[in-house]
Ligand binder design. Structure first.
Ligand code: G3I
Length: 344
């Protein structure tokens, strides 16, 4: 079977995957072959986050990020940088800044150094990640506490000034929640009203079998598109397990600690669930195709099930089956449905 995801969607949008260090080091030939065959875009799952590239105040470490770029160039892929400004996976020195002048200087040094380093190599950046709360207010992150909401526009401005050609994205999860969406739209409009460049919105798309609904996803695609920006599906996966959202901290650990109750599929995904997952992916890609004029890229958050972050979320040791390839790198039913969707 010679078909591949990237060929099936070559006239529609890029098909990407997130990669982590072991994959770019090409330690397993079968994995490398699969990545090269199926995908034409890559995102660094962790490698470009601040704790790795900027571990100390005046020290950058680009060794692994350089390997990630080299992997993308070697395989002629679209390269997406993830992420410049995020409140999570921050190095200690960054997370401890309280003074506004110091934060301004840190932001400037961080963004300009990294964007300059990969100018002409990275095709698009997540400039700011996850700055909006579910209720539409801005997250009270270390950046917000030091600089107020200005840190967002300023980050875009710095990135645009350093590399005017690279596409600049705002990226977040739960982008289908209408209250959060309203907050994101307010925030993007403020950036645009200042005349600062923002090219796209990234909908992370960490979804479940039944939520959000196709209608909710479509409504968000249409609403964001009204801002005149590109839309990318940046971290797609579909969890088959009960959602931990809405539970409080203690409840999450208590319920997920009981693996039997919350994780009924310890060894493999039963056929009936394979079918449900495949149907869900078919519905999702049908919607993406309907709006392909608005969507620049669809990226999966990982290559195969064993490697997914969901296996350890919200506590270590969960087993989930969210992607198109199984533990043995075999195509799941969902894979064939995604290929079939492109032919309709
Ligand atoms: O770097 C340490 C390593 O030194 C240590 O040996 C190892 C042992 O567990 O942990 C390593 O850190 C891990 C890190 O990934 C780097 O591999 C953390 O434990 C682990 O929690 C961390 O998880 C990442 C998570 O972001 C952190 O928030 C996931 O791999 C990554 O998939 C996930 O990605 C995020 C996006 O960036 C933003 N959107 C949500 C998405 C899912 O949470």
């Amino acid at each position: 079977n010679q078909s591949s995801l990237k060929d099936a969607y070559k006239n529609d949008f890029y098909i990407g995957t997130a990669l982590d260090i072991n994959q770019i080091e090409e330690k397993d030939a079968k994995t490398t072959q699969l990545i090269a065959k199926e995908f034409n875009a890559i995102t660094a799952e962790n490698i470009m986050k601040s704790m790795f590239v900027h571990p100390e105040k005046n020290k950058f470490d680009f060794e692994t990020a350089d390997k990630f770029i080299a992997f993308g160039k070697k395989h002629k892929m679209f390269i997406h940088g993830h992420t410049l400004i995020w409140h999570s996976q921050l190095p200690k020195w960054f997370s401890e800044i309280k003074d506004s002048a110091e934060m301004n200087a840190a932001l400037e040094n961080h963004i300009t150094t990294i964007v300059k380093k990969y100018k002409g190599k990275v095709d698009s950046w997540d400039v700011v990640n996850e700055a909006v709360n579910d209720d539409g207010t801005l997250r009270k992150s270390v950046f917000f506490k030091a600089l107020g909401e200005d840190f967002i526009a300023k980050s875009f401005q710095l990135a645009a000034a350093t590399d005017p050609k690279v596409d600049l994205y705002y990226n977040d999860y739960s982008m289908e929640n209408p209250t959060k969406r309203a907050g994101v739209i307010r925030m993007v409009k403020k950036i645009q009203e200042k005349g600062i460049k923002i090219d796209g919105i990234g909908m992370q798309s960490h979804w479940h079998l039944n939520s959000p609904t196709i209608e909710e996803i479509e409504e968000s695609i249409l609403e964001y598109a009204k801002l005149g920006v590109k839309i990318a599906i940046t971290e797609l996966d579909v969890s088959v397990l009960p959602s931990p959202y809405g539970m409080q901290g203690a409840e999450v650990s208590q319920r997920f600690a009981n693996n039997e109750k919350m994780n009924p599929y310890p060894k493999s995904l039963p056929d009936s669930m394979q079918v449900k997952l495949a149907q869900r992916y078919a519905d999702i890609f049908k919607l993406f195709l309907k709006h392909k004029d608005k969507i620049s890229r669809v990226t999966f958050w990982g290559v195969n099930d064993t490697q997914s972050w969901l296996n350890d979320f919200p506590i270590k040791g969960r087993t989930d089956y969210p992607l198109l390839f199984d533990a043995n790198l075999q195509s799941k039913k969902a894979y064939y449905n995604v290929i079939e969707a492109a032919k309709k």
